[in-house]
Ligand binder design. Sequence first.
Ligand SMILES: NC(=O)c1ccc[n+]([C@@H]2O[C@H](COP(=O)([O-])OP(=O)(O)OC[C@H]3O[C@@H](n4cnc5c(N)ncnc54)[C@H](OP(=O)(O)O)[C@@H]3O)[C@@H](O)[C@H]2O)c1
Length: 288
Amino acid sequence: MKKVLITGATGNIGKALILELLNFGDQVLVTAGARTIEKAKSVFSDNKNLDLVHFDFENPKTYENKLHHFDTVFLLRPPHISKIDVFVPLIKEIKDAGIKEVVFLSVQGAEKSKVIPHNKIERLIKQNEIPHIFVRPSYFIQNLTTVLHEEIKNKRSITLPSGKAKFNWVDIEDIAACSAKLILNFSEYHNQAFDITGNENKSFDQVVDLINMEVENKVIFVPVGPFKFYRLKKREGMQKGFIIVMLLLHYLPRFQKEPQISNNVKMLTGKEPTTLKEFVKREQELFQ
Ligand SMILES: NC(=O)c1ccc[n+]([C@@H]2O[C@H](COP(=O)([O-])OP(=O)(O)OC[C@H]3O[C@@H](n4cnc5c(N)ncnc54)[C@H](OP(=O)(O)O)[C@@H]3O)[C@@H](O)[C@H]2O)c1
């Protein structure tokens, strides 16, 4: 039985991955690493037997001398952590604990930009010669039902500095299914990176058209420039660091090539990735 620690367990990917791994019964013993145990208990209230441990990226005391009994560690970078320093003691601890399998949730294109934190973390793992797999997803479809949801629900609009830029849209459940497969078959795929994408590159005005095919109360896309976006979000009370993350994520693609579409979801899971249309139908209530 493979013993796996999943960090960021209460977040989008961590939760979906844990639920996916629990389907594999005796093949895997899952431990959820959470910075707040109480929150983890509530997120996994339907999974009372799940092992929970206190794990805080920013507090090495929560993981020092506690990792050696895991075979695999699934790592992600919580969105607010941009400083690589946080990962230095953790990667050292993983190395010292003799862990031979690290799966890191990175981002599509991480290999091309030395300044983004995912690239730095990938390099840190490699420099420490830790056997690894990098999972590099494209733009989460669930951004529509998480970070962008409040505006969709309350104002029936999506305001972003993305212009006509096309994003590749991937379902978190596909990322979780691929990550589970990679964890369970680590030796087959080790020391490789996998882009995890959907099959569609679409701009926000195209996505809004798709949403509007399924809802009565129409949604509009409001394209804005980066400065206006910054001012709007500041006025709404969004934290400066998060506004910058949103800006980079949505403004830079205007100057980049369209994302590459990979067939890794099909290759790893045997199924086609979720389409935007399927997603909007599946989560229809959230779009009403
Ligand atoms: N959104 C996209 O389109 C996209 C695309 C590609 C890649 N990514 C990457 O995906 C990652 C985000 O994944 P996600 O959406 O699953 O994130 P998320 O939903 O924001 O979840 C982050 C998780 O990390 C936990 N966390 C925060 N600070 C922590 C700390 N100090 N110690 C331990 N745990 C901590 C959170 O716990 P609490 O519940 O306690 O806060 C939560 O469980 C980012 O690295 C992002 O760049 C995102």
